[in-house]
Design a protein around this ligand. Structure first.
Ligand code: PMP
Length: 305
């Protein structure tokens, strides 16, 4: 065996090492990170062939578990991938992963890979799909970002066309989003807004987008090529409870430039204000009052359940 030169290892400043005390649920067993392994022949690795979910745990309870499980199974169905367990078993496994790690507030990553197969892309040759559940603490944006808001750019990398593998499928292929996020970083920005092939706004790289215009909330419909976010759905409900009109509307960048407010929603970020796009201030360049109200409502909601 040829060992990697030590200098290569040492130069990886941001090298991540998983906490050895973590317990990973993998194909029915709970093991250490070192023991949690999949084959190099797994099509999840070879082709990004698989699906996943990111789920929060608040106060020792899995938040919106049913919604996440439903979306996972829908994503899998769309990819002709049979999740090798029932939804009830999946729920039990998620709880087992949470309990094995004593998580009160944290995050679960559920992954279903196509499984081991020949090097070709045909799916008939693959063995049983693998299910992996990783428990983790969550890396939110730092608190000051929620105070000052995100500065965003428009990404040159487009969201997948809805007629290709639909963005509604939460698949293991995140390369467009990864490249768009890298564009934001290279431009000295916090986040990127992705357009579709018609130049319409879709969403952030891992969060859905809302704008406030003339006191009404607008968010792009699924047909524009977005992931139908579970947080998005909840925020639409919370906003309607406050009496706001919420519409699913096709948006172009103009709508963000002239919006009073803009914010992103997602499992990890929750609700995060957006205060500029492409160097242009949105509204007065500060998190807006409706965004702040909804942030409070969201926190109250997730603390209650
Ligand atoms: N869009 C994309 C591309 C995502 O990956 C996610 C999840 N991180 C979201 C939106 C938000 O979805 P949810 O609210 O269900 O986390």
């Amino acid at each position: 065996m040829i060992a990697a030169p030590e200098s290569t290892m040492a130069s990886r400043e941001n090298a991540y090492a998983p906490d050895p005390n973590l317990r990973i649920w993998i194909d029915g067993e709970i093991v250490s990170p070192a023991e949690a392994k999949i084959s190099v022949f797994d099509h999840g690795l070879l082709y990004g062939d698989g699906v996943f979910e990111g789920i929060r745990i608040y106060n020792g309870r899995i938040f919106k578990d049913r919604e996440h499980i439903d979306r996972l199974y829908e994503s899998a169905k769309c990819l002709l991938l049979d999740v090798p367990m029932s939804k009830e078993e999946m729920s039990g496994a998620m709880n087992a992963a949470m309990e094995a790690n004593n998580i009160i507030d944290g995050y679960l990553r559920v992954i279903v890979t196509r499984g081991v197969g020949l090097l070709g892309i045909a799916i008939g040759h693959t063995a049983c799909p693998s299910v992996i559940i990783i428990a983790a603490s969550i890396q939110l944006y730092p608190p000051e970002v929620y105070q000052r808001g995100l500065r965003c750019i428009t990404a040159g990398t487009l969201r997948n066309h809805p007629s290709s593998t639909s963005p509604r499928v939460k698949s293991l292929n995140y390369l467009n989003n990864i490249m768009a996020k890298a564009e934001a970083k290279n431009a000295g920005s916090d986040e990127a807004i992705m357009l579709n092939s018609e130049g319409h706004v879709t969403e952030g790289t891992g969060d859905n987008l809302f704008v406030v215009r003339r006191g009404e909330l607008h968010t792009p419909p699924p047909s524009e090529g977005i992931l139908e976010g579970i947080t998005r759905r909840l925020v639409m409900e919370l906003a309607r409870k406050r009496g706001y009109t919420v519409a699913e509307s096709a948006l172009i960048r103009h709508d963000i430039y002239v919006a009073q407010e803009c914010f992103l929603t997602g499992t990890a970020a929750e609700i995060v204000p957006v205060v500029s796009l492409d160097g242009r201030a949105i509204g007065d360049g500060k998190p807006g009052p409706i965004t702040k109200d909804l942030m409070q409502d969201f926190i109250a909601y997730r603390n209650r359940v």
